[in-house]
Design a protein around this ligand. Structure first.
Ligand code: F6P
Length: 336
């Protein structure tokens, strides 16, 4: 059996560990051949591939990014027709010509929707969720998230120094357009005073009042963590907007820091390496059993699988009932 493997969407720590998990299990345990597809679905349009062997996968466990390259190529965009080319049909044909019996897609929400469309067209697809945002529906966790939270928490810890030394408000913008998981987990782990998420409406006047209350209680500084996707005036980035409004509301010197792509880079944490490794192994087992059209998922401490058609197009979001939100509120953390 020959399997193809591609990585699509934003890079994220743990992708290479997954590639390694798939390759080692496929080659050692099942005697399959593994073909790497370059730059996501783009590589299936251009047939840019490389053969994986034992040598080419060494050193992958700890490596950030993706050795296969990635792209945000969406073959079904604009009805799939671009410059007279029917991209989905061309990809189906190329998969056949490359002799691939199955394609392993490692991706986030966008890739999951693309994978579900190809599964509908009859392609043998299996899916591994990856995202630092942790917003793929159907899995308790995606690898990349733990690493991003650990990077963001370290940044918050460091920003505490300037906040308290200069008696400033420090606003830290983290990633998360629709889901505020990184803001919630890093914000709580970093002992933040205010955490703003896309899922929970906030009032900037209330945020200002909370900071002034702290000042009255002898704490002339504050740490504010905001997810990039919170509503703003529509012109500024979330961090810049919140920082300017806080300074206006409170009169306290306020600075913002945007963590950006730093959250996606570097070596995965041990927890992400192990999750990626397990998912890589389990997805290969799905292929061996002929269970196509499925996504591997973490449920509790087990790896299970769910049909891609059931989870594609849905988002895993923070709810106000989440225990970290509830406990945070009880301890005086402001969520808006
Ligand atoms: O991986 C998800 C994510 O990190 C989002 O939180 C972020 O907004 C987005 O990717 C940006 O990625 P890019 O600029 O590569 O499209």
């Amino acid at each position: 059996m020959r399997i193809g493997i591609l990585t699509s969407g934003g890079d994220c720590p743990g992708i290479n560990a997954t590639i390694r998990g798939v390759c080692k299990t496929a080659i050692h345990h099942y005697g399959m051949e593994v073909t790497g597809i370059r730059n996501g679905f783009q590589g299936l349009l251009t047939k840019e591939v490389e053969q994986f062997d034992e040598k080419s996968i060494s050193g992958l466990l700890t490596l950030g990014g993706t050795v296969l390259g990635t792209s945000r190529e969406k073959p079904f965009r604009r009805g799939g027709l671009m410059d007279g080319v029917d991209k989905p049909s061309l990809i189906m044909q190329n998969v056949k010509e490359l002799g691939l019996d199955c394609v392993v897609c490692i991706g986030g929400n966008g890739t999951l929707q693309t994978a579900a469309r190809f599964a509908e067209m009859g392609m043998n697809i299996v899916f591994v969720p990856k995202t630092i945002d942790n917003d793929v529906y159907g899995t308790d966790k995606s690898f990349g998230f733990d690493t991003a939270v650990s990077i963001a928490t370290d940044a918050i810890d460091r920003l505490h120094c300037t906040a308290s030394s200069h008696r400033r408000v420090m606003v830290i913008e983290v990633m998360g357009h629709k889901a505020g998981w990184i803001a919630l987990y890093a914000g709580m782990a970093g002992g933040s005073d205010i955490i703003l998420l896309p899922e929970i409406p906030y009032s900037i006047h209330n945020v200002g009042d909370v900071i002034i209350e702290r000042l009255k209680h002898g704490k002339p500084y504050a740490i504010v963590v905001v997810a990039e996707g919170i509503p703003t005036d529509g012109r500024k980035r979330a961090g810049e907007y919140v920082a300017q409004e806080i300074e206006y509301e409170t009169g306290i010197e306020t600075r913002e820091t945007v963590l950006g792509y730093i959250q996606r880079g570097g070596s995965p944490t041990p927890s992400d390496r192990n999750l990626a490794t397990r998912m890589g192994g389990h997805v290969t087992e799905l292929i061996a059993n002929g269970q196509f059209g499925r996504m591997v998922a973490l449920r509790g401490d087990d790896i299970v699988s769910v049909p891609v058609a059931e989870v594609a197009g849905k988002l895993r979001l923070v709810t106000p009932q989440h225990d970290l939100v509830v406990q945070g509120k009880r301890m005086g953390v402001c969520f808006g």
